[in-house]
Design a protein around this ligand. Structure first.
Ligand code: HEM
Length: 197
């Protein structure tokens, strides 16, 4: 029998576990569609993918920050500056970046706070796979000085930032909202799969 003090920890683990288990198929599909690790890693392919993520983040970050309880957390993790910096370093004209198409479907992912947190789970998780992408990029001759930051925004702090995300999500989401978070995460993978390739 668990003591009362153990129960919250078990509930916490179950949110991370549910998110991982119940989105694993969607992650696999997106990873396969993006095909970012195919050799040789192609510069034009990366420019395209970063363009699309810029169109996604521009709408999505704005929608997520409408939730007052998430704002301070997500403002500290904005990836828009990384996307702009990477694209300019890859030779894109900053003025053209403002004209890129926007992913309007990204706004609905933050329809409620639980859905937004599920969606944040997906985008924060991309920094984990980003470690592999970063390693593949070290082999290319077109990598700008300082590398590409979007997929690896936290460097050595990646693990700590990931654990901090889960602690934050656990603290904000009651167990009855976990299903909505999983639905938001799954929908985020679907929106990205339709938008990025
Ligand atoms: C070539 C592309 C990708 C590869 C190779 C890849 C690979 C991986 C790997 C190896 C992990 C596990 C890392 C670990 O346990 O330390 C991971 C985790 C994760 N990735 Fe990806 N990934 C890719 C793209 C993406 C993208 C584009 C997203 C979302 C936008 C994403 C979302 C996630 C999430 C949410 C997790 C956390 C899973 C968990 O709960 O443990 N990944 N990825």
């Amino acid at each position: 029998m668990l003591s009362a003090a153990c129960k919250p920890e078990r509930a916490n683990r179950s949110l991370a576990g549910r998110l991982r288990r119940e989105t694993a198929d969607a992650h696999h599909r997106l990873e396969t569609r993006l095909d970012l690790l195919c050799r040789p890693v192609d510069r034009q392919r990366f420019v395209h993918v970063l363009h699309r993520f810029l169109g996604f983040h521009t709408v999505w970050e704005c929608a997520v920050r409408r939730h007052a309880g998430l704002r301070a957390f997500t403002d500290a993790r904005t990836r828009l500056p990384h996307l702009r910096r990477d694209l300019v370093a890859l030779g894109c004209d900053p003025a053209e970046l403002d004209q890129l198409p926007l992913c309007l479907a990204a706004g609905e992912l933050a329809a409620c706070e639980a859905s937004a947190l599920g969606s944040i789970y997906v985008m924060e998780g991309s920094t984990l796979g980003g470690q592999l992408i970063g390693r593949a990029l070290t082999e290319v001759d077109w990598l700008p000085d300082g590398g590409l930051a979007y997929f690896n925004p936290y460097g050595r702090e990646t693990g700590a930032m990931w654990r901090a995300f889960h602690a934050f999500a656990d603290a904000r989401l009651p167990a009855q909202a976990h299903g909505a978070a999983v639905a938001g995460a799954r929908r985020t993978f679907e929106v990205l799969e339709a938008w990025v390739p």
